[in-house]
Ligand binder design. Sequence first.
Ligand code: OAD
Length: 276
Amino acid sequence: MVGAGISTPSGIPDFRSPGSGLYSNLQQYDIPYPEAIFELGFFFHNPKPFFTLAKELYPGHYRPNVTHYFLRLLHDKELLLRLYTQNIDGLERASGIPASKLVEAHGSFVSATCTVCRRSFPGEDIWADVMADKVPRCPICTGIVKPDIVFFGEQLPARFLLHTADFALADLLLILGTSLEVEPFASLSEEVQKSVPRLLINRDLVGPFALSPRRKDVVQLGDVVHGVERLVDLLGWTQELQDLIQQEHGKVQMLSSGAQSSSTSSVHCSLCIAGC
Ligand code: OAD
């Protein structure tokens, strides 16, 4: 289970961190109160703030970091049963984890739906409008076309129901970078069997780890990249993870050939432990 805290090392603010979180920076988005950005009522009154955020988060602006590639490595090793994410930045897909292994519980920008006639569109159909700061309109009925991001009060995607089977099967639950404040996602943490260890890697002690910890819970407080690197080291996977990151960054650089690449090499680079 992951949340916005795994993408802050990629440069994307989370929601609730005091000071840096999106909910502390309402002026930038011109919203009256934090949750307004994901409320349908406010969206119909003023869709601009949501589309400002959408423009920022549309796939391509940010790159996966060590945490995403660690999850990809779990998949490569056939250890990842499923990745449940609340994030809408698409970085799990960008890291190479296939859609079949993902449950994007709060939706994604891959598709969009007309809020009036309910026609569905591929996300790229509205890309140009969003980039041009224009509210995308349905070519048939002129209704506002909204990316398929789950707003408060909206149904989660049907794939979320996979949790009923997945969590009973898990023999380890990793919880990374989330405040566990938003339901129904947060309560997934209670769905693994009592005998199953749950590992929280997060800056703060959250949810059941603070309120009703279980005997087998393990907590690594602090920066998520640091926590993941520590785990990877204990597993003896550091070299493998570095190789994977280098391979994936190589692909990105080939795709964007001509674009200037950063040559800063740092042991503790949060994007790339191999030095990007
Ligand atoms: P939050 O912003 O609520 O929580 C992020 C958590 O990650 C906090 O506990 C932070 O302390 C922690 N964190 C941030 N950066 C970190 C770092 N570098 N290392 C370790 N921990 C770090 O984000 P979510 O839990 O994802 O809804 O929020 C849940 C939902 O609330 C979101 O999906 C969003 C919002 O309403 C939608 O997008 C629809």
